[in-house]
Design a binder for this molecule. Structure first.
Ligand code: SAH
Length: 390
């Protein structure tokens, strides 16, 4: 196996457990590095670091798969890893739906597998993991008897790895509109045409957190996607719920989901741009007991972080202006580029601009099927906050 030696002066990140090695951290290699190969990595003094896959096309030259010298990286290695991922999810209480594999947090860098009861959606976002796709399919077949496996690799980030964007079946074709249950409610998940893998599993535990505050409330939900938070609100006893999203197809699905749960008389949906609409409704004097916001990331890179800060501040300011005194704001941020501390600062700025006093009710993160690994920053990404607004 090709051996890779790191430079003497590199950041402590790698010794602290982070799996990424950048090209400029490598001193020398035994042989020429070929994309997709598994290599053995050593510190400058010859101490073993781990084994990982390489791609010279990527800025991240190596992503480590193991720190154990005895591990052979072969098909069985991946089958065992995926079985371990399932064991862990079961242990912490997930049965029907979960993120089965969360990339770096599961020592399977750049691999995502979402489980929607008997169906699986897979993403391989780096070349070195993409080549093992047959092993992942085999693992899923061995562990689960899946009714279907779908690949959602229609993601621009793959191009940084020299990979094409692609989506399609990894099993016999099946009806890609899947029915799942969450907290006793039913939702359609369109794994072929929905956003990301079709459904935001990372909010599944947070959706329960609105249970008490929405009772008898008039609720507004923006960035509703397929209406999950809004339908939960109706289910938990809201008097009326309005959900908006900019995507017409998401809103269509949301309305269908409301009917599926026989809640169409309480919750309705409209296609609208949240920024314009919330501003206009505040001017019109509309007021709600609860406003829920779950906007997209606003930025993908540190260089444009200001854009995200402005976006979060603006939308939260507009949301707060629509809340009756003593009502609640339910607000999220899903990018790791905005730290939990920064997110709270942004909300604080929004509150002072809106001249509202706030009280923290709940502050939590993504559901625990998306593990957080200390030292791997991008595994800690979701912020979920409930505030009372005076
Ligand atoms: N709350 C959802 C996930 C929301 S994802 C859930 O738990 O399932 C973010 C959503 O914001 C996407 O559906 C996207 O279509 C929508 N969106 C993006 N920009 C928007 C805008 N300016 N106004 C309204 N919706 C927007």
């Amino acid at each position: 196996m090709n051996k890779v030696y790191l430079k003497r002066k590199i950041s402590p990140r790698i010794s602290n457990g982070h799996p990424w090695i950048f090209a400029n951290e490598v001193e020398k290699t035994d042989e020429e590095i070929k994309a997709g190969d598994i290599v053995e990595v050593f510190f400058y003094d010859g101490k073993f670091v781990g084994k990982g896959y390489v791609n010279p096309k990527s800025q991240i030259l190596i992503r480590l798969l193991t720190r154990n010298k005895k591990d052979e990286i072969d098909e069985q290695f991946f089958i065992d890893r995926i079985a371990q991922c399932w064991g862990y999810r079961q242990k912490i209480g997930y049965t029907e739906n979960c993120r089965l594999v969360f990339g770096e947090a599961d020592q399977l860098p750049q691999l995502i597998i979402d489980k929607f009861n008997d169906y699986f959606v897979l993403q391989t976002l780096a070349l070195g993991i993409d080549v093992w796709k047959p092993a992942f399919v085999k693992a899923l077949r061995q562990i689960f008897q899946p009714r279907g496996i779908y690949e959602r690799n229609d993601i621009p980030v793959r191009e940084l790895e020299g990979l094409p964007q692609h989506k399609g079946f990894l099993s016999e074709p099946f009806d890609t509109k899947i029915l799942i249950q969450e907290n006793g409610l039913k939702f359609y998940v369109d794994v072929e045409n929905g956003q990301k893998t079709g459904y935001f599993l990372d909010q599944q535990d947070n959706r329960r957190a609105i249970r008490h505050i929405v009772r008898d409330a008039e609720v507004l939900g923006a960035f509703a996607y397929t209406g999950t938070f809004e339908i939960h609100a109706a289910h938990y006893g809201a008097r009326s719920v309005l959900g908006i999203d900019i995507s017409e197809s998401a809103i269509k699905q949301a309305a269908e989901n409301a009917e599926l749960n026989n809640l169409q008389n309480i919750v309705r949906f409209e296609t609208a741009n949240a920024f314009d609409t919330l501003k206009q409704w505040a001017k019109d004097g509309r007021q709600y007991d609860v406003v829920m916001l779950d906007p997209p990331a606003f930025t993908k890179s540190r260089e444009t972080i200001e854009k995200a800060i402005t976006g979060y501040k603006e939308i939260n300011l507009r949301g707060m202006k629509l809340i009756k005194p003593g009502g609640f704001l339910v607000t999220s941020s899903c990018t790791n580029l905005v730290s939990p501390e920064l997110f709270l600062q942004i909300i604080d700025m929004a509150a002072s601009d809106a001249r509202r006093k706030i009280r923290q009710v709940v502050f939590q993160t993504q559901s625990s099927d998306h593990p957080i690994i200390w030292g791997i920053e991008n595994t800690r990404y979701l912020k979920f906050l409930i505030l009372q607004v005076q």
